[in-house]
Design a protein around this ligand. Structure first.
Ligand SMILES: [Zn+2]
Length: 185
């Protein structure tokens, strides 16, 4: 069965049998926190379990590498919305060891794009439009430094209230062990 159909089939039963009942909560985070972390598959269940987080506890934002690519992009906007509109009082950035964005270079990604049909012409057009694809696709060298950088970006953002603590951590994707990098208090 195709994955989409499999999911839709399962979903029908899930709703019919009211399995959602045990997850019911509000849009406001019980633990008054917003977390930015990586989309890594190993963290899907491990991260909330390792931190004792249940449905309704926190606002969780995920992307590749737990990175803030732009101070006025959607990640920063989500953090600000969580703080100003959804009662988040603390921010946490959680990177992880063995991240796909660690040491990622743009060139192999661009090569894959070409293999999948993106033309040299398209890449040149983007380049002439002032879009630096190489920089955009570049990962980070060191996860602790990357987390520190993200924490700084949030902390020093002109629209961020000064009294909101911003913490930085690194999680082990095998054991769930958290290491503190920046204590925001
Ligand atoms: Zn990652």
């Amino acid at each position: 069965m195709e994955m989409l159909n499999e999911i839709l089939e399962y979903n029908k039963t899930f709703v019919e049998q009211k399995e959602y009942e045990k997850y019911q909560t509000t849009k406001f985070p019980n633990k008054k926190m917003v977390i930015l972390t990586c989309m890594d598959t190993r963290l899907l269940e491990l991260l909330p379990k390792a931190m004792n987080l249940s449905n309704g506890d926190v606002k969780l934002i995920k992307n590749a590498g737990a990175l803030i690519a732009h101070p006025f992009g959607s990640i920063m906007r989500s953090i600000l919305v969580a703080v100003y509109q959804l009662q988040a009082e603390e921010v946490m950035v959680i990177g992880h060891h063995d991240c796909g964005m660690s040491g990622m270079k743009a060139d192999p990604v661009i090569e894959s794009m070409k293999e999948r049909g993106v033309t040299e012409e398209t890449l040149e057009t983007l380049n002439y439009s002032g879009i630096n694809i190489n920089q955009w696709l570049h990962g980070f060298e060191n996860v602790s430094d990357s987390v520190k950088h993200s924490v700084e970006m949030i902390k020093k953002h002109p629209l961020m209230p000064a009294d909101v603590p911003v913490h930085g951590l690194v999680i082990n994707p095998e054991t769930g062990k958290l290491d503190l990098v920046v204590k925001g208090y």
